[in-house]
Design a protein around this ligand. Structure first.
Ligand code: AGP
Length: 609
């Protein structure tokens, strides 16, 4: 996600800002920029690409000054480019803003501002903020920022400077972190702790809908309505490395816990509960385009391929359209038969996987329409597709994919509902019901994550096993595959995912007391069959670890271990069920002393065949 850094004090701002942005690089970004104020003028330099591109551009400019802001951008609205980089300015080039978050109503605000004559130079949601503050500026910068933010819907962490107010930086946050660092020579503003630790461990956390006006030696905080807030500084004891992980031991664990927020961000602005409608701002396909589709082919690799398998169930059940799933590496060479009524949906977290990119090219050559689901805005797969919808999981640093998977499933579910809505294969009432369940998913996942220690305890009993089997039925089968992949990737234990019904056709020969069998025993029309499979395993001396819905009292008599997830609909149970399996794999890998964030032989993005 984006990184913000600002400084105001007795020393030159630029060195602090560049150093701070480098400390925020781990968050992932595609462009960067700075703006420094001196003698009543703000000079701004911003460049696509890595910070070294910005530093090269700075060689030709004089950015001396003791107040400034900087930004590393992780694109959400508007592809990576110089003009879409932050900071963004108002019409007069006096106000400069950096932003982390999503302004959901930016299109409506942009139209209203353009009607008043404002000229825009980027396609970002953030630039709207600079012009909105310009509209509200009547002699007080803080009041102008408060007035602008009261019109905004969505999430933001912002820092604002204005050439007319050379003694202050105004900062604000809502659902996106922002921290103020206090040091004897000045005051810092940062998206998170790692960028501050080199200078100070004395920090003030801003809370949601609070505005800070930061000056050289003092400052104050107030609410969006202007009510003063008293907030004592705290002292941070983290070392820089653990600070990058937000206090978690590994990025993988941090990202498992980020899933509720990632799903909320992915749902934002796409669900109209009052109208029970699904909507993607960035969707290039019209309703008629979707109506013409009579076949869907998901194509992807690894975890993303597992997401496609869940998609197959959802698209056939909801949109009543023939659906299949192909490994990208197989699809690209098998000379597939398709036409313009076929929709190929490519799924990729990185947007750079070579096989998936090649599969898209093959699909386009065969005349299919291509829609991609990516987590990286402007990535190669996004650019090569006819249309793209994004997961807003933020950068996924751990090689083992976690939050990308659950946000992919969220987008796939929305797309199935959208196609069903367009084709009329699902009632408004059913859409409304499913939307309300989907909106509850993040909170249910948070309550599930609170039981993390139960999973850790179970993992401590099985970390020495050499093999494992994961069984599921229906949508539980792809989850079994994904759970097995997580265990393989991070703990190097051999694990296989299988349709539970297939056990009798071979894998049952493997059952013994040394191989735990993880079973997705989720409520639904296949539940009784799953219980039968558990009994088959137990009858042969096997060990069963069941993932079951709360309130299931029968499961205790059948399984050796039970991990409960909230009782909810079948599809929401599917999205929840992967979380304990992610934690199970993580804690087994911790016990085995594995290198969890960068497992041996693996790359985060396989950009070669
Ligand atoms: C998943 O944990 C792995 N890192 C891997 O299977 C990954 O899902 C696969 O390489 C596809 O990557 P993509 O989603 O970036 O295309």
């Amino acid at each position: 996600m984006c990184g913000i850094f600002g400084y105001i004090g007795e020393k030159e701002a630029l060195p602090y800002i560049l150093e701070g942005l480098k400390k925020l690089e781990y968050r992932g970004y595609d462009s960067s920029g700075v703006a420094v104020l001196k003698n009543g003028k703000v000079t701004c330099v911003k460049k696509e690409g890595k910070i070294k591109n910005l530093e090269k551009a700075l060689e030709k400019k004089d950015l001396s000054g003791k107040i400034g802001i900087g930004h590393t951008r992780w694109a959400t609205h508007g592809r990576p480019s110089d003009e879409n980089s932050h900071p963004h300015a108002d019409c007069k080039g006096e106000i400069f803003v950096v932003h982390n978050g999503i302004i959901e109503n930016y299109l409506m605000l942009r139209r209203a501002l353009a009607e008043k004559g404002h000229k825009f130079h980027s396609t970002t949601d953030t630039e709207v903020l600079a012009h909105l503050i310009e509209e509200h500026l009547k002699g007080n910068l803080e009041e102008a920022v408060r007035g602008a933010l009261r019109e905004v819907e969505g999430s933001y962490a912002i820092a604002v400077i204005c050439s007319k107010y050379p003694d202050q930086i105004v900062a604000a946050r809502k659902a996106s972190p922002l921290v103020i660092g206090i040091e004897e020579n000045g005051t810092f503003i940062s998206s998170d702790i790692p960028a501050l630790l080199k200078y100070t461990s004395k920090v003030i956390y801003l809370k949601d809908e609070e505005i800070a006006t930061v000056k050289r030696k003092k400052g104050h905080i107030c609410t969006l309505s202007g009510k003063p807030v008293k907030r004592k500084p705290v002292f941070i004891s983290w070392d820089p490395e653990s600070a990058e992980k937000g206090g978690y031991s590994h990025f993988m664990l941090k990202e498992i816990h980020e899933q509720p927020k990632a799903i909320r961000d992915t749902l934002k602005g796409r669900i109209r509960p009052d109208k029970a409608e699904i909507h993607f701002d960035e969707m290039k396909f019209s309703a008629d385009d979707f109506k013409k589709i009579n076949r869907v082919v998901f194509t992807a690799c690894g975890t993303s391929w597992h997401a496609g398998l869940v998609g197959e169930y959802l698209f056939e059940q909801i949109a009543k359209v023939m659906t299949e799933v192909e490994y990208a590496a197989e699809f690209r060479y098998r000379d597939p038969v398709m036409d313009d009524k076929t929709l190929v949906i490519a799924i990729s977290q990185s947007g750079e996987t070579a096989d998936t990119l090649a599969a898209i090219e093959e699909a386009k050559e065969k005349g299919a329409k291509v829609l991609s689901i990516c987590n990286v805005v402007g990535s190669s797969i996004a650019r090569e597709s006819d249309a793209v919808v994004y997961t807003y999981a933020g950068p996924e640093i751990g090689v083992a994919s976690t939050k990308a998977f659950t946000t992919q499933l969220t987008v796939i579910y929305l797309l199935a509902l959208l196609m069903g809505q367009v084709k009329g294969t699902i009632s408004k009432a059913d859409i409304k019901q499913r939307i309300s369940e989907l909106l509850e998913l993040p909170q249910k996942m948070e309550s599930l994550l609170e039981r993390e220690k139960d999973v850790e305890e179970i993992a401590s009993r099985y970390y020495e096993c050499s093999n494992a089997l994961y069984l599921g039925r229906g949508k539980g089968f792809p989850i079994a595959l994904e759970g097995a992949l997580k265990l393989k990737e991070v703990s190097y234990i051999h694990a296989e995912g299988y349709p539970a019904a297939e056990m009798k056709h071979g894998p049952i020969a493997l059952i013994d007391k040394n191989m735990p069998v993880v079973v997705l025993a989720l409520q639904g029309r296949r539940y009784e069959k799953i219980l039968g499979n558990i009994e088959e395993v137990k009858a042969r001396g096997g060990i069963v670890i069941a993932v079951a819905n709360e309130g299931d009292d029968d499961i205790w008599e059948k399984a050796d271990e039970v991990i409960f997830i909230p009782r909810t609909s079948e599809i929401i149970s599917t999205l929840l069920a992967i979380v304990p399996l992610q934690l199970f794999a993580y804690y087994i890998a911790v016990k085995r002393g594995c290198h969890i964030d960068q497992p041996r032989n693996l790359a985060k993005s396989v950009t070669v065949e």
